[in-house]
Design a protein around this ligand. Sequence first.
Ligand SMILES: Nc1ncnc2c1ncn2[C@@H]1O[C@H](COP(=O)(O)OP(=O)(O)OP(=O)(O)O)[C@@H](O)[C@H]1O
Ligand SMILES: [Mg+2]
Length: 133
Amino acid sequence: MASRSEVHPIAGAADVVKVRQVARSWALELKLSLVDQTKLVTAASELARNTLDHGHGGTMRVEQVENGLRRGIKLTFEDKGPGIPDIAMALRDGYTTSGGLGLGLSGSRRLVNEFDIKSEVGRGTIVAITRWK
Ligand SMILES: Nc1ncnc2c1ncn2[C@@H]1O[C@H](COP(=O)(O)OP(=O)(O)OP(=O)(O)O)[C@@H](O)[C@H]1O
Ligand SMILES: [Mg+2]
């Protein structure tokens, strides 16, 4: 079944706030538990920051997805930035190229049910996450 989706730009700090609000409102609409809402919003916040800071801006697509009887919220972050040369390394706790904590990617992965990352050096990065109800 086709479901609704929206695409939001991530071009500045205010967009990171907006993306958090959008993730929260879709999670609320699906009636995710408060804990699951917070997990999704926290992951969205980290990934939106990465899209902005490392990917030089991009977009977040939000959609409600279904798998049999299960419904969930899927968020897809896409940028056309420099890409990630070594994804396995970038996913390690503490790995950072920017003096951050290096917990954004690894932490968001732990907060969701599905985490998919594709990246090509010189072309950009796509990170898709899903939290199931
Ligand atoms: N969209 C992206 N484009 C290019 N590189 C990225 C992207 N997202 C993450 N990276 C790379 O992966 C590294 C790890 O990301 P992660 O979010 O875990 O840490 P961080 O952003 O450096 O610090 P923080 O803990 O503050 O998020 C980054 O330092 C960066 O090198
Ligand atoms: Mg980060």
